[in-house]
Design a protein around this ligand. Structure first.
Ligand SMILES: [Zn+2]
Length: 169
């Protein structure tokens, strides 16, 4: 139901219009960021509460295990990285994506009201997402590369496209 890899819902609690889902991680091993080897030596687990997309109109939080493993090869501790959560963030990646899109089609004030989050928090999410998208290999440079590599055949279709755009405007 969650559509998040290696997770299942352990329990669910409701309070007012908030719903909290306690997650269980199905993978028993995590990859060491230093040597990339898998470790099953669980050292400690400190769950964190993360905001996710609303479910049935209810503000939704996930209680996610934050697990620290020990790598025998490197003799170091490391925190498991989760594909759906950026390091140090209080929201799932998909929730931040959603906020980013919502802000683009309305405003920070409007999204702040709807999501019941402060202006600063919405702005923080927007800036974080903007920075993520503006990496050296981001959209701008790849779009430019695509234009540069466009064949003669592609270029021939361009006047038609611009004509269509003019009609549209
Ligand atoms: Zn290691």
């Amino acid at each position: 139901m969650l559509n998040l890899p290696h997770t299942t819902i352990e329990s669910c609690t409701r309070q007012d219009n908030d719903v909290s889902l306690k997650l269980h991680l199905l993978n028993e091993e995590a990859s060491c960021p230093h040597c990339k080897k898998l470790s099953s030596e669980l050292h400690q687990n400190r769950p964190i509460l993360i905001r996710d997309l609303s479910i049935f109109g209810q503000t939704t939080y996930l209680k996610i295990p934050r697990r620290q493993f020990y790598c025998c090869d490197c003799q170091r501790y490391f925190t498991e990285s989760l594909t759906f959560l950026d390091e140090g963030r209080q929201y799932t990646r998909r929730y931040e994506e959603y906020i980013y899109q919502q802000v683009q089609s309305s405003s920070i004030e409007q999204v702040s009201r709807v999501e019941d989050l402060s202006f600063d928090r919405i702005e923080g999410i927007f800036k974080h997402q903007y920075a993520r998208k503006k990496t050296p290999d981001g959209q701008e440079s790849s779009a430019l590369a695509l234009m540069k590599s466009a064949s003669v055949k592609d270029i021939k279709t361009l006047p038609q496209l611009s004509a269509t755009l003019k009609l549209g405007s």
